[in-house]
Write a protein that binds this ligand. Structure first.
Ligand SMILES: C[S@@+](CC[C@H](N)C(=O)[O-])C[C@H]1O[C@@H](n2cnc3c(N)ncnc32)[C@H](O)[C@@H]1O
Length: 278
């Protein structure tokens, strides 16, 4: 039986009939914390009843929180504790990689799991990767963990997030080849080193795009993430790159644009894979 049916069955005496159909049909689990998005029509009192039952039914879950949204350029989540232990820090395992996460302050999107897997698949042993928006290594840590000899330079601007990035590097024993850098990638991105540059953030500017090109050693891929309205032109970011090409010496050998996920009813998350030759 799926979790929604199970919850509906268990809670039919406790939740009014007009709300029982609004019980969420899915949730994500990070470490031992379940993160649930609720229909706004459900009052907090009932959210707590649902969360408490979820905690009882799911062995791997010891805390249930509600996620409302993410704010600011740091993509800080807005969450509320609903049931179980009042603990927001957990260790999450994915693709053989451990991430220490404070789910109340750091974003780790389950919807990007395919993208993390894809990177593991396309990267080759021995590559050097520059992760310009590292967070806790969401994209680059699994790649480093699952390949021999990969070197990563990972830049993160937020001190709090950076501390968790450092802990996750230690948990995975990668300190000898995964190098965290605290600061703004407009100033801290290394030059002429990378076979691959990760730009896992939506609000990027022209300076950051130039830094990504500078980071490439002779020839390499830039993975440029993008958030667009469904009706919007998918090529806008590529045009910015074409503008930079008038100012700097490089060629764009290949562009492949993929959909990573549906972000909301009106927006889609894309990734442009761009092969650059200097
Ligand atoms: C949405 S998270 C990216 C997570 C990961 N790259 C992914 O795609 O799953 C963006 C991260 O970039 C960091 N960030 C934003 N602007 C930055 C900048 N100018 N320099 C370095 N880090 C930055 C934020 O602090 C945040 O941790």
């Amino acid at each position: 039986m799926n979790i929604k049916l199970k919850l509906q069955e268990e809670l039919k005496e406790l939740i009014p009939p007009n709300l029982i159909n609004l019980i969420p049909s899915s949730y994500s689990v990070i470490g031992n914390i379940a993160i649930v998005r609720f229909n706004s029509k459900i009052p907090t009192k009932y959210k707590k009843i649902i969360a408490t039952k979820l905690c009882e039914l799911e062995n791997r879950v010891s805390t249930v929180i509600e996620q409302k949204d993410t704010i600011s350029i740091f993509r800080k989540p807005i969450v509320k504790h609903l049931a179980g232990k009042k603990n927001m820090v957990t260790v999450h395992k994915e693709f053989n990689t451990l991430f220490e996460i404070d789910v109340s302050r750091i974003t780790f999107s389950p919807g990007n799991k395919h993208e993390r897997k894809r990177l593991i698949n396309i990267v080759e042993d021995g590559e050097t990767i520059v992760d310009m928006f590292a967070c806790i290594g969401n994209l680059s840590l699994p790649t480093a963990k699952n390949h021999e000899g990969i070197k990563v330079f990972a830049i993160e601007k937020n001190q709090y997030t950076y501390n968790y990035l450092k802990r996750s590097i230690e948990l995975n024993n990668l300190a000898d080849r995964y190098f965290p850098i605290l600061g703004d990638n407009r100033k801290k991105t290394p030059k002429n080193t990378a076979n691959r540059v990760l730009m896992g953030f939506f609000d990027i500017d022209k300076v950051q795009l130039k830094k990504a090109i500078d980071a490439i050693k002779e020839r390499g891929w830039i993975h440029l993430h993008d958030l667009i309205k469904r009706s919007e032109d998918r090529e806008n970011k590529i045009r910015t790159l074409e503008e930079i090409r008038k100012e700097e010496e490089f060629t764009i050998e290949e562009v492949n644009t993929r959909t990573v996920k549906k972000f909301s009813p009106s927006k889609i998350h894309l990734c442009h894979d761009i092969l650059i030759k200097k």
